[in-house]
Design a binder for this molecule. Structure first.
Ligand code: HEM
Length: 348
């Protein structure tokens, strides 16, 4: 199966200094994967875990929207049972926990696999495991202390961070097309083509994180329906008195700003990423998701917080986060971002 895996693993440190192909390499369009293992198992597992963690966030969005946050006690069980009757609030709250068990099991499998097969990802197997444990602990503490805003907001932000790190793991363990120097040269050329437009990704990410934080505050301080008029809060009043009203209006205003930054950043990137179809696609998708996100925000208010609309608004924010973090990771110019893992071998 593998022909030059050992050489490639040992060459890794040396090749980065010189991007020109050297030595005898296999022709392009060969796929690189880790030696002696089912094809890219860890990559697929990382992608699956990222998908499940994303769905975990969306399911988490249904818990508050349906008013089910305190439907179960703060322990692992609900109504004294691991498998209670799943109806009403229990369905959402305990369903969210059960999904968490699946994510936890996937994470354990991923950690074991990465530790056994991919020394190049270094601390990431442990970091992701600790993140998932901390996420579960924050979830329990949120219920124990009756939803304090800082724990519940930390729970949301850590969940987003966990998805981001899993996307990074999936990226690092990806199969590579073509020999390493060739892959690195191609990547280098694409990153160079982007020029300064990568900074737009950083800006879009920073603005988005602030907006997600503001959104979490709107929900936790029950400011969702503090302003029912549109676009003003009420009767032409754009800056009403009262903390909840102002918080709501700040989230609206910053939401429009976030969408504008997303559109400009997406256009800048799409224009510069002509020879990078995947990045171009993501860059075009981001402004579309941002526009849908603003629409869903408006509809959340106008529908007086219909559950599917509110959950859709949360899912949109998570999708936008996934898109920008994915673009940030794939346009990195560091050694690890370009090379993937040290344990690569060649599958003819
Ligand atoms: C790109 C723009 C936006 C992003 C990324 C965003 C993100 C978020 C997030 C993450 C939440 C927390 C949801 C949760 O924890 O369940 C939220 C809540 C909320 N957002 Fe936005 N938002 C945006 C724009 C807007 C706009 C323009 C409006 C209104 C015109 C709006 C109205 C709301 C409302 C009312 C809530 C509370 C929802 C609830 O209680 O379930 N958002 N937003």
């Amino acid at each position: 199966m593998s022909s030059s895996g050992g050489n490639l693993s040992h060459d890794r440190r040396g090749w980065f200094a010189n991007f020109e192909p050297r030595g005898t390499y296999l022709p392009p369009r060969r796929i690189y994967c880790t030696e002696d293992m089912p094809f890219m198992l860890e990559h697929r597992l990382a992608k699956l875990a990222a998908l499940f963690a994303f769905l975990m966030l969306v399911i988490g969005g249904t818990v508050n929207a349906t008013g089910s946050s305190l439907a179960c006690e703060w322990s692992v069980t609900c109504k004294g049972s691991l498998l209670p009757h799943m109806s009403g609030g229990v369905l959402f709250e305990h369903g969210h926990r059960m999904w968490g068990w699946v994510v936890g099991l996937l994470q354990i499998a991923l950690t074991v696999l990465l530790l056994k097969r991919r020394r190049d990802v270094r601390r990431l197997p442990w970091i992701t495991l600790v993140m998932v444990l901390a996420q579960g602990t924050l979830g329990m503490l949120t219920v124990k202390y009756q939803l304090p805003w800082f724990i519940s907001t930390a729970h949301l932000l850590l969940g987003m961070g966990y998805v981001g790190v899993l996307v990074y793991v999936a990226y690092l363990t990806r199969p590579m097309m073509g020999p390493l120097p060739e892959e690195a040269n191609r990547h280098q050329a694409r990153v160079a083509e982007l020029g300064a437009s990568r900074r737009w990704i950083g800006l879009a990410l920073a603005v988005l994180v602030v907006q997600i934080f503001l959104g979490a505050l709107v929900r936790h301080f029950e400011a969702t329906l503090a302003c029912l008029d549109m676009p003003a809060c009420s009767l032409g009043d754009y800056w009403p008195t009262g903390f909840e009203h102002r918080l709501h209006m700040v989230h609206r205003g910053f939401g429009v700003l976030t969408a504008l930054v997303t559109i400009v950043a997406g256009v800048q990137l799409a224009r510069r990423a002509r020879s990078w179809p995947r990045l171009r696609l993501l860059a075009i998708l981001a402004p579309l998701v941002a526009c849908a996100q603003v629409t869903l925000g408006i509809l959340t208010v106008l529908s007086l917080r219909e559950v599917p609309v509110a959950v859709g608004h949360f899912a949109g924010a998570t999708a936008l986060w996934g898109l920008w973090i994915g673009m940030w990771i794939m346009t990195g110019s560091g050694r690890r971002a370009m090379a993937g893992g040290d344990g690569a071998a060649v599958v003819p």
